[in-house]
Ligand binder design. Structure first.
Ligand SMILES: Cc1cc2nc3c(=O)[nH]c(=O)nc-3n(C[C@H](O)[C@H](O)[C@H](O)COP(=O)(O)OP(=O)(O)OC[C@H]3O[C@@H](n4cnc5c(N)ncnc54)[C@H](O)[C@@H]3O)c2cc1C
Length: 220
């Protein structure tokens, strides 16, 4: 899995801070930008502590994510408050086997061999269909959830906080959890106020909405 932060505003916390200031002061909108960085940091922190997270919708982050499974991207695109562009299986022929191996299979040599054999059989069938001039958009029906894919996602900071709550959680599947943690590490370095307390619900809310007491983090 490769995850890169490829786009954001030059000062990703500035617009949320200006929005926060607008909501909490009598400053005329034309004078909003005459604020010191310290003042903006303070007002943003204050408004976020109040839970007024709508102000952080004014800043977005774009990631390019590669070598992840279609299982992962199926889960990712359920997050509707975001924009996506994904490699097409209609326009791109996937001649070479390219798939993700889950760790539970990878650590067992004989299972791994059987898995790889299955993948090879699937790709042989896919390539046979392509050779028979079946369009890629139809041949792809035989490809597995494990198939590698690349996707670009843009989310605003508020949607990212929701994504991190749900997907940094130990109840999220390992692959999307790995992705969420990588994305969180990237944005934390660029917007430390916005993402200071970001993470799974047990961290942000102080309780587990899943109520799964077997989790090694909950109720810590
Ligand atoms: C551990 C785990 C297991 C899951 N298992 C399943 C499963 O078995 N089956 C399954 O189908 N899904 C499953 N999901 C997906 C889950 O139900 C959500 O679809 C997904 O996590 C996206 O979350 P979201 O709706 O909060 O995000 P977004 O779509 O980004 O929405 C963000 C927020 O906007 C608001 N919102 C967005 N759209 C609407 C709307 N139409 N109406 C009202 N409010 C809206 C909500 O407050 C929402 O929380 C699972 C998710 C997790 C984390």
């Amino acid at each position: 899995m490769d995850v890169r932060l490829i786009g954001m505003m030059p000062e990703p916390e500035k617009l949320p801070a200006l929005a926060a200031k607008l909501t909490h002061s009598k400053t005329a909108p034309k004078d909003l930008e005459d604020s010191s960085p310290e003042e903006l940091r303070a007002i943003l922190t204050h408004v976020l502590n109040l839970g007024h997270t709508s102000v952080i919708e004014h800043t977005c982050f774009t990631f390019v994510i590669s070598d992840v499974s279609r299982s992962l991207t199926h889960q990712l695109v359920r997050h509707r408050i975001a924009s996506y562009a994904q490699q097409s299986q209609r326009y791109v022929n996937l001649h070479e086997p390219c798939y993700v191996v889950p760790p539970t299979i990878n650590r067992n040599e004989s299972l791994k061999k059987a898995y790889e054999k299955t993948m090879q059989t699937i790709w042989n069938e896919y390539n046979k269909l392509i050779e028979m001039e079946i369009p890629a958009e139809d041949a792809r029906y035989v490809l597995p959830n494990a198939t590698c894919t690349n996707i670009i996602v843009t989310m605003n900071a508020r949607s990212l906080l929701n994504f991190f709550e749900l997907r940094c959680c130990l109840h999220a599947q390992w692959e999307i959890r790995m992705l969420a943690n990588k994305m969180l590490n990237l944005v934390k370095k660029k917007a430390s106020i916005l993402f200071k307390d970001a993470g799974p619900s047990c961290k942000t809310k102080g309780y587990c909405p899943e109520q799964k007491k077997d989790c090694k983090w909950y109720p810590k």
